[in-house]
Ligand binder design. Structure first.
Ligand SMILES: Cc1cc2nc3c(=O)[nH]c(=O)nc-3n(C[C@H](O)[C@H](O)[C@H](O)COP(=O)(O)OP(=O)(O)OC[C@H]3O[C@@H](n4cnc5c(N)ncnc54)[C@H](O)[C@@H]3O)c2cc1C
Length: 404
């Protein structure tokens, strides 16, 4: 049961067509199969193959590299629809999208030519790696290092944590410390475009020195793997410093924070998608289930829940699209991206919880879709910066913009 919203009437023809196409894909291919992949915690290969055929790995990659060349706003609409189906599916494209953004904005011509055509088709997929076992929010505290060797290559050492698509990816955009004495620390960090064999736990040959331990067992967000990455003497050629050595060494922190800004719009869209699905499930169940002689939707307390959910979903969607449109227009949107991520991820969690309550005991049963949503939604409060970190970003930007 898809719920029509005012925001859908503001779409361009391309946006309407592609949104409808992805919505149908979610209804026919993702939603009916998500439960099985979630319960098995297995990678949804057939769904991913169909996404490749639909061109969904190249939505924002320019046409000259074989992508669709669409903007962030349209991408956010697509992510909302995929996440309405299952947020793990949007997780498969999320870090890939961030990687392609990094290449388009900061990559050398050679890096773009080498990676983007294969990324546009989904032939290779990208991962994005900042976090470490002891560091998540405080990115400047990373410990993994890269040191330039006599042969000109860089030797990477250190452990990374929580890498989405860590095993199945062929390329990882990874942040390393290249100048441990830099003050402030962020000036001594560099992003390396590290290549690897997909689905190989131990890499050999050109990619020797990179191992991927067994995937982390998670509460939800199943199907898409989250792994550690262990770099131990991995050699990275100088031309794989993002943007080239001259422009890229020492710029990794700034580059990756820039990418997180679009990443936050992406997570916001996922929050809207999961909240939308929770609303749809609540609307259906509340009209089917009867108590005290009438459908529970006829009890005012339940109607108020539905009203609050629909209102929050709409607000989160509008703010997400505003942040995306500002970025597309070339405006600074860090404040709005932070607000969108905060509101939409919290809305996702709140709507899922209300839908769960509306389902009564059945919400606790694995037979009902809401049980999966209940385990999936909390991830959005954490990834790409927790709600506390978003509030810090918003507060800081507010004070910068309104200095007296
Ligand atoms: C399923 C999953 C997938 C992920 N995928 C990726 C990925 O692909 N790549 C990647 O690099 N990372 C990934 N992450 C990591 C994620 O980005 C981090 O978990 C997140 O940034 C939070 O870091 P942390 O877990 O170390 O928490 P911490 O930074 O240790 O924070 C712990 C708590 O303290 C709060 N806190 C921290 N600092 C402050 C402060 N100054 N003021 C107030 N409160 C504060 C936090 O909000 C949080 O509540 C993933 C995480 C998960 C769970």
């Amino acid at each position: 049961m898809a719920v029509e919203t005012a925001a859908h009437s503001e779409l361009t023809d391309i946006q309407r067509d592609i949104t409808e196409m992805v919505r149908q894909f979610a209804d026919e291919q993702i939603i009916p199969n998500a439960e099985r992949y979630d319960h098995e915690d297995s990678f949804p290969e057939p769904i991913v193959e169909q996404m490749k055929e639909l061109g969904l790995f190249g939505v924002t990659i320019p046409e000259e590299y074989g992508g669709m060349g669409l903007d962030l706003t349209t991408y956010a609409m697509i992510v909302e629809e995929l996440s309405r189906g299952w947020i793990s599916i949007s997780g498969v494209v999320n870090t890939h999208f961030i990687g392609s953004y990094l290449l388009m904005k900061f990559g050398t011509d050679e890096q773009r030519d080498h990676f983007l055509p294969k990324m546009a088709t989904g032939e290779i997929r990208a991962a994005f790696s900042l976090s470490e076992p002891e560091v998540g929010s405080d990115v400047q505290g990373i410990k993994a290092t890269a040191k330039k060797g006599d042969d000109g290559s860089w030797e990477l050492n250190g452990q990374k944590m929580w890498v989405t698509n860590g095993l199945g990816s062929s390329v990882v955009f990874v942040l390393m410390k290249t100048d441990p004495k830099a003050d402030p620390p962020y000036r001594g960090m560099t992003c390396f475009v590290t290549e690897k064999e997909p689905w190989q736990e131990v890499n050999e040959g050109d990619f020797a020195g990179l191992t991927i331990p067994p995937k982390i067992k998670k509460m939800g967000y199943k199907g898409v793997e989250s792994t550690e990455l262990v770099y131990d003497g991995y050699r990275c050629p100088p031309e794989r410093v993002l943007g080239g050595e001259e422009a890229g060494v020492g710029q990794g922190f700034v580059q990756m924070m820039d990418a997180l800004e679009v990443g936050r719009v992406n997570v916001a869209a996922r929050g809207v998608g999961i909240a939308q699905r929770a609303l749809e499930l609540a609307l259906r169940y509340s009209q089917e289930r009867k108590t005290f002689g009438k459908p529970i939707a006829q009890h005012q307390a339940i109607q108020f829940k539905l009203a609050d959910m629909a209102t929050k979903v709409e607000a989160a969607r509008l703010l997400t699209r505003k942040a995306a449109r500002m970025k597309d227009a070339g405006e600074r949107s860090d404040l709005e991206a932070g607000m969108a991520k905060l509101l939409a991820s919290e809305t996702g969690k709140e709507c899922v919880e209300e839908c769960f309550r509306i389902h009564g005991g059945y919400g606790y049963s694995k037979e009902y879709e809401i049980e999966r949503l209940y385990r999936d939604a909390p991830l959005l409060l954490i990834g790409e910066g927790t709600s506390e970190i978003q509030r810090m970003v918003i507060g800081k930007k507010l004070l910068q913009r309104h200095r007296i």
